[in-house]
Design a protein around this ligand. Structure first.
Ligand code: ATP
Ligand code: MG
Length: 463
């Protein structure tokens, strides 16, 4: 495995590659890992991965040998995690760490570790000089996605978290709005105070009012003791008003008052209390349309929509489907006794062509469904819910094959005619850049265009 050819090949990669034994003694390390990831000089020797400090998203020390042991114990082959490492120059770097176990080689167990440095990428997203901190790790691990739209969401979440303004999160059902709200709270200075959530669609009007404002004993029949409302409970922290589009006009007036005066009165009480909370609201309805229908107050809309985050539907970020599918496979592998290795091409193709009206939640459910049916440790077409298979096949039938190839596959790009090369989409270009670790020379070569030509294209797409 480690002959001269292997060395030459792996040394040409712009990614850190390290092969270790199970005690983490280094058997092979490529030049990039040595000089760029761990920041040693080429001549220096690195003996063992144990000599380095790694941290995970809680900024706790990450136990690399524990990780290897865990892989063996769980009979897993692969493991991925975003980590912070301390380099030889005592610098912190954000890396995407991925390890694969080989046990075929000479009866010893070997681990192929890949370290991709994502510090710069995160710096660009977050516009912050020290971005590879807990914040970026948390976002990267919780809100999965590589699509440029998701990077924009990361940026907005950090901006929102840094300020104290009200945020309105909009997006279809199952797109991850609640995840975004969680992240805003977690990354904000309010993280040590509570995040109180309330689903406004889950209560009839009068009950919602008493949930939000609380009441005093005797305020109405059944009010046998004082009860604080969600606004009071969120004091110092954040209140997440989910499904805000569903609240009645009279409650909208009351909510507006809370926002303007930052005070509340419990039902049945004349005592006014000050509340200090940040409001994050979410809805899957088009509030501007509701305003035109006189179902939502315009003044309240502007008070909530100080900062807007629009979470895209899954069908607009199809490139993230394989990534999310694997994320859920890992998640269910951990929570069940199964060890599913992945999803086959045929099934993935179906997932890619489906329109996902229920978005990421529906994808998660589809993978969970497949876990029940799967036979051979690889998810196949038959394991997916029938309605997804049927709908997806219909979609494929309507679409011309060539269209499909252009949209989802970059395999054919090197052979594309000049005309098509010029018509390359932003998505395709981003994907090819990513495949080449954002190395412009290699990407230009791959596409058969000049570096200047590539640079112009990237500029045009604002990449
Ligand atoms: N980017 C993502 N990465 C990983 N998991 C995600 C992502 N987005 C959503 N999910 C998962 O999908 C499910 C639905 O997400 P969430 O509840 O945040 O959606 P929502 O927009 O609030 O939906 P609804 O409008 O129906 O309330 C959750 O289990 C969540 O963990
Ligand atoms: Mg929700």
């Amino acid at each position: 495995m480690f002959d001269a050819d292997f060395g030459t090949l792996v040394n040409s990669l712009p990614t850190g590659v390290v092969v270790t034994e199970s005690n983490m003694k280094i058997v092979f390390i490529n030049d990039f890992a040595k000089t760029h990831v761990f920041e040693f000089s080429l001549g220096e020797k690195i003996e063992n991965l144990k000599d380095f400090k790694f941290f995970d998203s809680d900024l706790l020390s990450f136990n690399m040998s524990g990780c290897m042991q865990n892989i063996i114990r769980k009979k897993k082959r692969t493991f991925q995690k975003t980590l912070i490492i301390k380099t030889a120059n005592n610098k912190e770097k954000l890396v995407f760490f991925s390890v694969r176990r080989y046990d075929e080689v000479k009866s010893t167990e070997l681990y192929l570790c890949v370290f991709s440095d994502i510090s710069n990428e995160m710096n660009c997203i977050l516009h912050s000089p020290v971005a590879y901190t807990k914040e970026s790790l948390l976002l990267h691990e919780k809100i999965i996605g590589k699509d440029p739209i998701i990077r924009d969401i990361y940026r907005k979440v950090t901006l929102a978290a840094d300020s104290d303004i009200n945020v309105l999160i909009q997006g279809e059902s199952g797109t991850g709005k609640e995840l975004v709200a969680d992240a805003i709270h977690e990354l904000s200075d309010r993280k040590h105070a509570p995040l109180i959530k309330i689903n406004c669609a889950a209560y009839p009007e009068s009950l919602l009012e008493s949930e939000l404002f609380g009441y005093v004993k005797g305020a109405f029949t059944g009010a046998i003791h004082d009860k604080p409302g969600k606004f009071e409970l969120a004091h110092g922290g954040t209140i997440f008003l989910d499904e805000i589009g569903e609240i009645s006009l009279s409650l909208q007036v009351k909510l507006l008052r809370v926002i303007q005066e930052k005070t509340i009165e419990r039902i049945g009480s004349v005592k006014t209390s000050r509340v200090n909370m940040r409001i994050v609201a979410a809805t899957n309805r088009d509030l501007r349309y509701l305003i035109t229908q006189n179902q939502f107050r315009e003044d309240l809309f502007y008070r909530l929509n100080v900062f807007n985050i629009m979470v895209p539907p899954l069908r607009q970020r199809k490139l993230d489907i394989p990534l999310l599918a694997n994320f859920f496979i890992e998640k269910f592998n951990d929570s069940t006794a199964k060890n599913i290795k992945g999803i086959n091409r045929d099934a993935l193709k179906l997932l890619m062509h489906y329109r996902w009206p229920g978005n990421i939640r529906e994808l998660q459910n589809a993978i969970e469904h497949a876990f029940v049916l799967v036979q051979n440790n690889i998810i196949e077409r038959e394991d997916l819910p029938l309605e997804i298979t049927e709908q997806s096949l219909k979609e494929m039938h309507f679409k011309h094959n060539q269209d499909i190839d252009n949209e989802f596959s970059t395999d054919k790009l090197p052979y594309l005619k000049r005309r098509n090369r010029l018509n390359i989409t932003k998505k395709q270009l981003f994907e090819i850049l990513e495949q080449h670790n954002f190395n412009q020379t290699q990407t230009a070569k791959y596409l058969g265009m000049s570096r200047v030509g590539l640079w112009k294209k990237m500029k045009k797409f604002q990449l």
